[in-house]
Structure formats: C-alpha cells, structure tokens
Design a protein around this ligand. Structure first.
Ligand code: ATP
Ligand code: MG
Ligand code: MG
Length: 551
C-alpha cells in the first residue's frame, strides 16, 4: 500500500484545531460554470471536501458566476453531478456568488462613501496603459478624484444600464505605485448588458472576480479559502477588501500548487476548443480528462480520490505528474474489484475437428481469482470457437508460445489444442484454423510434453457480439500546450480511438451500463454509459493490464 503523500494544508489545519485557533472548519469549492470539471478540479474538490470530511467541518459548493457571457446552466448541472459522483456532499444548498450581488453592490457604495472607490471613464486600453508595468509605476486616472456624490450617482446609472459596455468601470482607490500591480486601483465592476443564468436581466454591471471572491467567502463564514498559486499575488487585495468592508468574518486564503499531468490538458478553454471543433465526442468523451469523461472511460470515484491522495498537496509549482500514477490508481482498484471475463477483440475462427457438432461442455469458473463473493461464471465449450487473431502466427519464432501450425496451446480453463491446418481465402487471408483437442488435458498437464502458452477464447455458438472502443492518450507529447505560440492541436494522437467488433463470453450478455470487467489477458473495460444497452453492448477500454508506474 502507498503511504499518504504530504498535504501541508491538512497538517496546518490540524494544528489550528489542536491549538484552538479554529473550531469548525468551513471550506468551499468555487467553480465557474463555464465548462466541465477536469482532473485538476478533482484535486481541488478532494482537498476542500476532503478537509471538511476528515477534520469534521463543512464544505460549500459555490458557483463563481460573475461572467454571464461564458456561463451556462448545462455546466452547473454537470458540475453538481460530478461532485456527487465523486462521493462528496456539499453543506446546505448549492450557493452562487450571484446570490450576493445586492450585498456586493452595497459594499461598493460603502467604499465610495469612504473615498476608497471611484467611477473611471478611461477605456480598457487606457486603463492598461495607466496601470504601468512591473518596473514602472502606474499613474492616476484623471477621474480618480471624483466626489462621493458623483461616484454614487454614476454607479447607480451604470447599474441601470444608462451607459454602454466599456464606457465606465468602478475601481478601488488603493495605490497606483504599488509594487503589486493587483493593488493599482483594481476594477470592481464592469458594464455587461448580458443575460445571467441566475439573475436574468436584473443587472447591467457585474463584479470582478477579486471583488466577489473574498466577500462571498466572508458572507458564508468560510474559514479557509483554498486556491491555486496563481492567486498568491491577489492575496493582498483579497485582504484589503476584508479589511476595508464591514464583513462578518475574515477568511484566510491559502494557496497550493495546481495539478499538471503529462499527455493531458488541464485548461477549460482548451478542452472547450476540442469540443467545439468536434475533435472529441463532447465534454464527456472517454479520452477527455474531464471527470465525466473519466467516468465514461471506466474510472471509479475511489480511484480518482486515491490518485488525489497519492499526489499530495504542496506549494512546489511546476512539476508534471506522470499519468501512469493515475492509471495505476484505476488499475489497482479494478484488479481488486472487477469481475473477469473472456472477450476476443479480433476474432479468428477455430474448428475443433475431433469435437462433434452439437457437443457442449460448460465450465464453472471463478468470477474473480481472489473474490469468493463474486458469482461463478458459466463458460461453454463447443466445436467452433474464436481466438484472438494475434494469438496465432503462421511463421512463429521459437519464443512464440501461443498457437502456430503443428504447435499446441492451452485454452484458458479448458483443454490443450493443436493446430493442424490453416485455411485461407482467395486473397491469402487466414480465415480459419483446424485444430484438434487433447481430451486428456482438462485440469492437468499433457503427457510427456510442456505446453507453456494459455490463450483466451469464446464459443462461437454462445459468444456475445459487441463493439469495443480502444482509447489511447489524446496527445502524443507530454506537454501539448508547452509552447505558447504553437497550436497544441498539432500534437493530437491520430490513433487515440480504434473500434473493434469483438465477441465476449456469455456472462457478459445483458451487462448494465457502466459495468466494469477485466477482459482476461486484454485489459479493463467498462460498458459505455450512453451507447451500451443490454441488447447491444458497447465497451470502452479503461486501461490496459500492464502497470508502468514506478513506485
Ligand atoms: P478558468 O479560469 O479558465 O475558468 P479554472 O481552472 O480556474 O479555469 P475554476 O472553475 O475557476 O476554473 O476552478 C475552480 C477551482 O478549481 C479553483 O479553486 C481552481 O483554483 C481549482 N483548479 C482549477 N484547475 C486546477 C488544477 N489544475 N489543479 C488544482 N486545482 C485547480
Ligand atoms: Mg476561472
Ligand atoms: Mg479560476
């Protein structure tokens, strides 16, 4: 078993609880509903909800919905479903930053009255120019000294929609010479004549992320506001609002390093492009690193939670986590919990010439080698079978221990057979093998010779036809978006999906959607949530059998 990786936030919170600085931990997970959640978000979810679970606190689900142009109800629904599927429960109702628009507006007026905010008429380009750079201080806007009354009146008109988008903004009056650019009079409100999924057409101005986030935390009584490192430079501003507004409490912001995974994009914007361009079959395409894509691929909630525990939580940025660690987590879960079955992905017919037509024998074999709680499977054996095409070689090298002309192999759970004849069609393609059975080999070694190879097989008369989708990495390079100027689409893997018409053993008949199996010798598979029905099975390959993660 793997030892838990360090989680500095959990350690810190434990100390605060033991030291009595905090009694009831309140965290929140604050997605913007502008796309589906991905594996990076899973890290944040497991951290925030996990802390509440492990330390006896509570975690809120709050939609950070201040940018209506990019947000949609469909994303809200998908995000809620993903969090629930991962097995977490948010405290109380789902919350929305937009629930607090009225309060935030009152707090904006408060800042104006205190001489700490002003309406600015500069254009977005001018604001950028006036803001200065890391090496040059900014300069004050000519509108910075407007009177309180004028500012209050202008803000009210902004709210009512009396100005066009971009004509005015509300800014905090902090310090145009601050070495931290976030403090150079940050924008509090922008004009947006947009319809909002929660508040409708009520608002013509929308608060910025910075003006919304900390105050929403304070309204909800959040004790620890945990976010990724790119917000470290925003922390002084987060605190400035809490210190300059009559908020009910003062949450603390703690930053951690975001998850970056090799061969994987963790940017909603780029994932959305894959969806919009039709490169994948939607947000939950099994190749997508979205939580819903991973679910469709066959990942379990436990495996994702295990992975998030394994990677730990630190402030060390820049590292790439090996995707082999993620596949290790699902593989070891399925190794322990998925029933076994035989399935031939690329069928080659075998006729057993010394078995009578109509002959039938049924083996009862374990559902799982180590799980007696799983029901036995009934595996029928008949004259005609299918084996995997690449388990046969016409000109086999010495070390090939599977089937070849004149050679023997064991059928898993059954007899040893010998290949006597290879049948080809007019084009020279092998279409059938004629083999004979050694009936003295069921459950015992053949007399006087060693047969090393064991192959899987399915009775032709009883096999269940199914579609099997083999997935591979979407990208061929470890960091598809490493070069900021290049198009990450150039690194797409053209072989990320291949489809086969497979034949599975009868125990697979009627498999429920999302049922997971190990197809022996082949890999782990999951019945597709959308496409598979008990009558017409479609299986997705979750992951292969071989573990390449070096512990
Ligand atoms: P965007 O800013 O493009 O909308 P985002 O990834 O910041 O994308 P949010 O919805 O704002 O998306 O993220 C919700 C929470 O998930 C935030 O607290 C964010 O810090 C966290 N998060 C996002 N990506 C990662 C990641 N790769 N690793 C860890 N946490 C992440
Ligand atoms: Mg965001
Ligand atoms: Mg974000």
């Amino acid at each position: 078993e793997t030892t838990p990786a360090p989680n500095f936030i959990r350690n810190q919170l434990r100390e605060e609880i033991e030291g009595g600085q905090v009694t009831n931990i309140v965290t929140r997970f604050p997605p913007e509903p502008n796309g589906f959640l991905h594996i990076g978000h899973a890290k944040s979810i497991c951290l925030n909800f996990g802390l509440a679970e492990q330390l006896g606190g509570q975690c809120h689900l709050r939609f950070d919905d201040t940018n209506p142009a990019k947000e949609e109800q469909a994303y809200i629904d998908a995000i809620k479903a993903d969090v629930q599927w991962l097995g977490f429960k948010w405290a109380g109702e789902v919350r929305y930053a937009s629930d607090y628009f009225e309060q935030l507006y009152a707090w904006a007026q408060h800042l104006i009255r205190e001489g700490k905010a002003y309406v600015d008429d500069l254009s977005p380009d001018e604001i950028r120019e006036y803001r200065g750079t890391l090496t040059a201080p900014g300069k004050p806007s000519p509108y910075r000294e407007r009177s309180v009354d004028e500012n209050l009146a202008l803000l009210e008109k902004m709210r009512l929609g009396e100005f066009g988008e971009g004509e005015k903004v509300l800014r905090a009056k902090i310090d145009m010479a601050s070495p931290n650019i976030n403090l150079r009079d940050p924008i509090l409100y922008r004009i947006r004549h947009a319809h909002h999924h929660q508040t409708g057409d009520q608002w013509k101005i929308y608060p910025s992320y910075d003006f919304t986030h900390g105050q929403s935390d304070a309204i909800e009584g959040v004790t620890h506001s945990i976010c990724t490192l790119e917000f470290e430079d925003h922390r002084p501003l987060y605190e400035w609002f809490l210190n300059n507004l009559p908020v009910p409490c003062k949450p603390r912001q703690i930053e951690f390093a975001r998850l970056n995974l090799n061969y994987t994009l963790t940017s909603k914007r780029k994932l959305k492009l894959l969806v919009d361009e039709g490169i994948v079959d939607g947000w939950d395409d099994p190749r997508m690193p979205t939580i819903s894509g991973m679910r469709r691929r066959g990942y379990t909630p436990a495996s994702i939670r295990k992975f998030c525990e394994m990677i730990g939580v630190t402030r060390a940025d820049g590292g790439l986590v090996d995707i082999a660690m993620l596949t290790h987590a699902i593989r070891s879960d399925l190794e322990d919990n998925a029933p076994r079955a035989m399935c031939v992905l690329d069928p080659l017919k075998v006729v057993l010439t010394n078995v009578d037509e109509g002959f039938e024998e049924v083996y009862e074999v374990p559902g799982h080698p180590a799980r007696e709680d799983m029901p036995l499977r009934k595996v029928p054996f008949t004259r005609e079978l299918y084996i995997e095409r690449d388990d046969f070689m016409e000109d086999a090298p010495k070390k090939f221990f599977r089937l070849a002309p004149g050679k023997e192999v064991r059928l898993r759970n059954s007899y040893v057979i010998r290949c006597d004849e290879v049948i080809k069609d007019a084009a020279g393609e092998i279409i059938e093998l004629r083999c004979s059975v050694d009936f003295d080999t069921l459950g015992k070694n053949p007399e006087g010779r060693k047969v090393k190879g064991v192959i899987h097989w399915v009775s032709a008369a009883h096999g269940v036809p199914m579609e099997v989708r083999l997935y591979d990495n979407l990208f061929m390079v470890e960091q598809p978006d490493r070069d900021k100027d290049a198009d990450f689409l150039e690194h797409l893997n053209p072989a990320s999906l291949s489809v086969c018409q497979a034949i599975g053993e009868p125990s697979l008949a009627g498999a429920e959607s999302e049922a997971r199996y190990q197809f022996e010798r082949v890999g782990y598979f999951c019945a597709d949530r959308h496409a598979s029905t008990p009558e017409k099975l479609v299986f997705n390959r979750t992951v292969g059998l071989k573990d390449s993660w070096a512990k």
